[in-house]
Design a protein around this ligand. Structure first.
Ligand code: AMP
Length: 188
């Protein structure tokens, strides 16, 4: 079983690469950002709560996010495993994830971090914002806030899994197949 955390700052290409990895290894892709956007699209109470944080570039509170992720894991069982894209984003989320997987007799097997510098992130997200319709993709101030949240709350998750020897960094610059090959090598 592969349980891969695809890690890295916003705009580092996690979602794009996840799609290819999922096909190659027959995994289930879980993106908490996509799950929140689905809830927002359906005007659910959870979606409305999350939107207030997302539009400002802030993280949604742990209890909301962890509960949503657990529901998703319960309803999408896959013996081959999962790619988690955008989760965990805090140490509390990582601890909760480890407990959830432990109770299912499994664990996180890999964390692969896509390494991309801030200026490239801002360039990519502003470009995506031209078509994504996402409020949080549309102005530089919000994008910088997302990067700050990443540096402050999310980047420690790399060290959390590095302590158990499963964190790896991969260069996130280049064309898509090139980056995919680096991830593939890191998984093997
Ligand atoms: P993403 O699509 O992964 O860039 O996520 C978009 C936004 O959704 C983030 O900026 C957060 O506001 C929220 N979000 C997604 N995943 C999480 C998470 N694991 N914890 C807290 N907030 C999240």
């Amino acid at each position: 079983m592969i349980n891969l955390i695809l890690f890295g700052p916003p705009g580092s290409g996690k979602g794009t690469q996840a799609k290819t990895i999922v096909e190659k290894f027959d995994l289930t892709h879980i993106s908490t950002g996509d799950l929140f956007r689905y809830e927002i699209g359906n005007n659910t109470p959870l979606g409305m709560k999350a939107k207030a944080f997302m539009d400002k570039g802030n993280l949604v509170p742990d209890e909301v996010t962890i509960g949503m992720l657990e529901n998703k894991l319960n309803t999408s069982k896959n013996p081959n495993g999962y790619i988690l894209d955008g989760f965990p984003r805090t140490i509390a989320q990582a601890e909760a994830l480890d407990k959830m997987l432990d109770s299912r007799g499994t664990k996180v097997t890999h964390l692969i971090a896509l390494d991309v510098d801030d200026e490239e992130i801002i360039r990519r997200i502003l470009e995506r914002g031209k078509t994504s319709g996402r409020v949080d993709d549309s102005d530089e101030k919000t994008i910088r806030q997302r990067i700050d949240q990443y540096n402050e709350k999310t980047s420690p998750v790399y060290d959390f899994y590095d302590k158990v020897g499963i964190s790896k960094k991969v260069n996130g610059l280049g064309d898509l197949p090139e980056i995919f090959n680096r991830i593939y090598d890191a998984l093997s």
